[in-house]
Structures are given as structure tokens and as C-alpha cells.
Design a protein around this ligand. Structure first.
Ligand code: HEC
Ligand code: HEC
Ligand code: HEC
Ligand code: HEC
Length: 407
């Protein structure tokens, strides 16, 4: 009996150790992977200051104003993620340096944190949509049935809040908040009159907002003046229980949709996220009621932060792939000068070991800060400037930051 018991215990212990060591590996991986908290900015507007101070605005117009030497970065495709943006900057570096030399503009150096802030700012240029069209918005207001219950002036109607009670600086955030705070009531009324939950496509919500704004006379809502704080939004995501059903790039609950995975397909602007949340709102709410989450009411600030966080999921890269990165490192010729797996390269050996386990944005900054030297070395060899395509930067950096023995 005794030995059996010991055997049994022994086996359990072995299993537990295995589980624990596997958990330790997972934990290590999470800690060393580009955890979003590290790159979630607190205030995307701070990046604008750095963008100006570093002289980027000497060549790039910001919000359509200023110099036209470089392209308007609100209008170009900046790629899907932060590291795609880094690849864009890298690809265009030789022409940027040429312009700097022409205009005797000092080449700015960047830290990883500064790159993060600038990229957050550039990314947020698209967060605010172009203005909608009020005339189309009026059609939407009628066609979607909002006019059945919401009237332009509150006097005489006790059915639903009138448009003139909405904040005069109304934002998509307000609509999204309405889903969580009011949709059960709204749905009940819709069912009463045999109406289906209206859905928003393309620019319908922006147009509707423009129409509603014309008639909105309510007090201005401070939370709508600037994009929310993505870091605070992450906390809201946890506190409101979203994290109980959703994972983000594999972290969190496995049951629901991985929002990190789907973010790429439609989070192109604030109104797009708001439309998605509005459209799926009832089915999410039904699930939440079934799971007995109780009611989750949002303040405007909480909702603004949450939407900023969701927008940022699109910006955050998933973990890179080391073998793919290694192949790219060779194909792009980096290994000629930086060697491969700590072995000397064909031309020379410039060690990159200082970037072991570094956040990817640190390496991006290192590449930017050394572009003159890299360009000269590449030029001397008559090699072309390596072009990094969408998705490749994440793999390349993952290879560079992974210690040789773990590759
Ligand atoms: C001396 C002028 C100059 C400065 C300073 C400058 N840029 Fe540029 N930038 C350019 C030009 C010109 C291009 C277009 C290059 C090309 O077409 O190859 C460009 C291209 C880019 C692109 C790629 C746009 C695209 O079409 O994909 C990005 C992103 C970018 N710059 C970001 C920055 C950032 C961030 C800074 C500051 C750290 C900066 N630039 C500083 C001139 C400049
Ligand atoms: C069947 C009636 C009905 C329809 C149709 C309807 N609503 Fe509502 N709506 C309501 C009611 C009732 C409330 C207030 C609910 C409450 O007090 O909890 C409300 C609240 C709101 C609020 C929140 C107001 C606030 O002060 O926070 C917004 C925003 C809103 N609706 C937008 C819309 C839009 C946009 C449409 C059309 C797509 C629409 N509603 C269609 C009945 C309706
Ligand atoms: C009880 C589980 C549950 C909770 C809690 C929950 N969701 Fe969901 N969510 C779902 C389900 C299920 C779907 C899929 C609905 C569908 O496709 O119709 C979904 C879909 C979504 C989608 C659309 C995803 C896509 O790509 O189609 C978004 C965005 C979303 N939820 C955000 C949130 C946010 C923000 C919260 C917290 C305020 C939240 N969810 C809380 C279950 C939940
Ligand atoms: C022809 C040689 C050459 C090629 C090819 C080359 N580099 Fe470099 N690289 C250099 C030189 C020279 C430096 C500057 C070293 C210094 O001044 O400390 C450098 C610096 C760097 C740095 C910064 C190192 C530090 O100490 O901060 C990084 C990161 C880097 N390169 C990455 C790459 C990547 C990624 C590729 C391929 C896309 C690449 N390099 C291709 C020569 C090259």
C-alpha cells in the first residue's frame, strides 16, 4: 500500500513539476514577448509633440498642415501594425536621408519609447474619421428606424430621449455606450413594435452622427474631445468582464472570439469599431445575461478608453516567428555583416547581442539611429537597400532578440 501510495504521489509530483515547468516556460514567453502593456501608450497625443520636436514635421505635414517635402502620413497606408510601420520607415530611410542632407535637416535619433509614441500618434491620425454627410445621415436616421422613437425635439415625446438632449459634441463613443447602458430597454421597445435591431455598414454611422450633431444641444462631454487612454482601456476590458469571454492574441479566455485576431479585419477607425460593437451588441449582451454578468454600465470616459484599447489591438503585433526571421535575416543580407547565430558573416561581424531579449521597438530605434553607417556599409558593397515587407519585421526582430541557444 505504502509503496503504491508513494509511487502514486511520485507520479503526481512528476506531473505537477512538468505542468509547473511548462507554465514557467509560458510565463517566460509572455514576459519576454512584446507584452502590450509595454507598448500601449497612455496618451497618443504625446507622440505629436515628439513628432514635431524630432523634426519629422519639418518634412511631413501633420493633419494636412505644414511642409510637403514628405508625404502626408495620415493619407498613406502605414501597414497593419506598429512593426509594419517600422518597416515602412526603414524602406524609405535612404530617400529620407537624402532629403535631410539636401535641406540640412539634422537626422533625429530615437529611443524605443519615442518610436512607440510617434507610431501611436501616426496610427491615431486615422482613428478620427473624415466628416460624415449630414444629408445621407438623415436618410440613415429614418431608414434605420431611429426616428420612430427619437424625435428632434423632446417636447411632447416621452418615448425615448430626443436628439436635442444628446451632447452637442456627440461621438461614436456615445452610441457605443448606449448599447451597454440602454440597449435592453431599446431592444424591448423594438420588439414591441416588431422592429429588428438596426445594423450599420460602411459610412452609415459617421453620416448619422453628422446629422444628429446638427440637432444635438445637450452639454458637451469632456471625454469626447480626445482619443481615450488605451492603457486605461485595457483595465476597463478586464474590469467589465470582457476578458472572461475574449482572448487577445491567445492571452485570456479561450471561449469567445480572439479580438487580437479579428481586430485586423475591421478596426480601421473609431466609427468602424463602434459600428461593430453596435451590430453585435445584442448577441454579446444576451451571452452576458446568460452568463449572469449582471449589468455593466459604462461612463463616457470608460467607453472612450475601451474603444481606444480595441483600436490598438490592431496595432499590436503578434509574436514573431524565429525560423522565418532567421531565413529573412539571411535573404536580406543582414547576415553578411551581422553574422548568423553568433558566427562571423561573409563581410564582417557586427555583433547584435546587445539586443537579446530587448523590446522589438528598441531594435527598431537602433536600426534608425545607425542608418547612415548601415547605408554606407551597404553602399560600399554595392548591395541594394533591403526592403522589408508587411509582416516580415516582426519575424526579423524576433530572430534578432532571441538568444542564440533558444533559436
Ligand atoms: C528631411 C525630410 C524628412 C524628415 C526629417 C523625415 N521624413 Fe519621413 N519621409 C520623407 C520623404 C521624402 C519620404 C518619402 C520617401 C520615399 O518616397 O521613398 C518619407 C517617408 C516616410 C514614411 C513612409 C511613408 C510611405 O509612403 O509609406 C514614413 C512612415 C515616415 N517618412 C516617417 C517619418 C518619421 C517618423 C520621421 C521623424 C522621425 C520622418 N519621417 C522624418 C522625408 C522626411
Ligand atoms: C423602439 C424605440 C427605439 C428605437 C427604434 C431606437 N431607440 Fe434609441 N433609445 C430608445 C429608448 C427607450 C432609449 C432610452 C433607454 C433608457 O432610458 O434606458 C434610447 C436610448 C438611446 C441612446 C442613449 C441616449 C442617452 O442619453 O444615453 C442612444 C445614443 C440611442 N438610443 C440611439 C439610437 C439610434 C442611433 C437608433 C437608430 C439606429 C435608435 N436609438 C433607435 C428607444 C429607441
Ligand atoms: C459572456 C461572454 C462575453 C462577454 C462577457 C463579452 N463578450 Fe464580446 N462577444 C461574445 C460573443 C459570443 C461574440 C460573438 C457574437 C457574434 O458573432 O454574433 C462576441 C463578439 C464581440 C465582438 C465582435 C468580434 C468579432 O470580430 O466579430 C467584439 C468587438 C466584442 N465582443 C467586444 C466585447 C467587449 C468590449 C466586451 C466587454 C465590455 C465583451 N465583448 C464582453 C461574448 C462575450
Ligand atoms: C553591409 C553591411 C551591413 C548590412 C548588410 C546590414 N548592416 Fe546592420 N549595421 C551595419 C553597420 C556598419 C552598423 C553600425 C555599427 C556601429 O556603428 O556600431 C549596423 C548597425 C545595425 C544595428 C544597430 C546596432 C547597434 O549597435 O545599435 C542594427 C539593429 C542592424 N544594423 C540591423 C540590421 C539588419 C536587420 C539588417 C538587414 C535588414 C542589417 N543590419 C544589414 C552594417 C550592415
Amino acid at each position: 500500500m505504502m509503496t503504491l501510495f508513494l509511487d502514486h504521489r511520485g507520479e503526481v509530483t512528476v506531473k505537477l513539476t512538468r505542468v509547473l515547468s511548462r507554465m514557467a516556460v509560458v510565463l517566460l514567453f509572455l514576459l519576454s514577448s512584446p507584452a502590450f502593456t509595454q507598448i500601449l501608450p497612455e496618451n497618443p497625443a504625446r507622440g505629436e509633440e515628439i513628432f514635431r520636436n524630432k523634426g519629422c514635421a519639418k518634412c511631413h505635414p501633420a493633419r494636412g498642415e505644414g511642409s510637403k517635402i514628405g508625404p502626408d502620413l495620415a493619407k498613406v497606408d502605414l501597414g497593419n501594425t506598429q512593426l509594419d510601420l517600422a518597416a515602412k520607415i526603414w524602406n524609405h530611410t535612404p530617400s529620407m536621408i537624402k532629403e535631410m542632407e539636401k535641406g540640412t535637416i539634422a537626422r533625429p535619433t530615437l529611443t524605443g519609447q519615442e518610436f512607440t509614441e510617434i507610431s501611436a500618434y501616426l496610427y491615431f491620425l486615422r482613428f478620427a474619421d473624415e466628416r460624415g454627410k449630414a444629408l445621407s445621415g438623415e436618410v440613415v436616421f429614418v431608414e434605420k428606424g431611429c426616428s420612430t422613437c427619437h424625435v428632434r425635439s423632446g417636447r411632447g415625446s416621452g418615448l425615448a430621449p430626443s436628439l436635442d438632449s444628446f451632447p452637442s459634441n456627440i461621438s461614436p463613443v456615445f452610441f457605443t455606450k448606449a448599447i451597454w447602458n440602454h440597449s435592453l430597454e431599446m431592444m424591448a421597445r423594438m420588439v414591441e413594435i416588431g422592429m429588428k435591431w438596426p445594423k450599420f455598414m460602411d459610412s452609415e454611422m459617421i453620416d448619422l452622427l453628422e446629422f444628429v450633431k446638427r440637432n444635438a444641444r445637450g452639454p458637451e462631454e469632456p471625454a469626447f474631445f480626445r482619443p481615450g487612454n488605451p492603457r486605461d482601456g485595457q483595465k476597463v476590458f478586464a474590469a467589465k468582464g470582457c476578458v472572461k469571454c475574449h482572448s487577445v492574441h491567445g492571452e485570456g479566455s479561450r471561449g469567445g472570439v480572439d479580438l487580437g485576431q479579428t481586430a485586423r479585419t475591421y478596426y480601421t477607425s473609431l466609427t468602424q469599431i463602434a459600428s461593430t460593437l453596435w451590430n453585435k451588441g445584442p448577441s454579446i449582451l444576451v451571452k452576458m445575461t446568460q452568463a449572469q454578468f449582471g449589468s455593466t454600465n459604462f461612463t463616457s470616459k470608460e467607453m472612450a478608453d475601451l474603444l481606444s484599447y480595441l483600436y490598438f489591438l490592431h496595432f499590436i503585433d503578434g509574436p514573431g516567428n524565429v525560423p522565418k526571421g532567421r531565413t529573412l535575416f539571411v535573404q536580406m543580407g543582414c547576415s553578411n555583416c551581422h553574422g548568423l547565430d553568433a558566427k562571423k558573416g561573409k563581410l564582417t561581424y557586427i555583433d547584435l547581442a546587445r539586443y537579446r531579449d530587448a523590446p522589438p521597438t528598441e531594435i527598431v530605434a537602433g536600426m534608425w539611429n545607425h542608418t547612415i553607417q548601415i547605408q554606407r556599409a551597404i553602399g560600399e558593397q554595392g548591395l541594394p537597400w533591403p526592403q522589408i515587407q508587411k509582416g516580415e519585421m516582426a519575424d526579423l526582430l524576433e530572430y534578432m532578440r532571441t538568444p542564440t541557444e533558444n533559436r
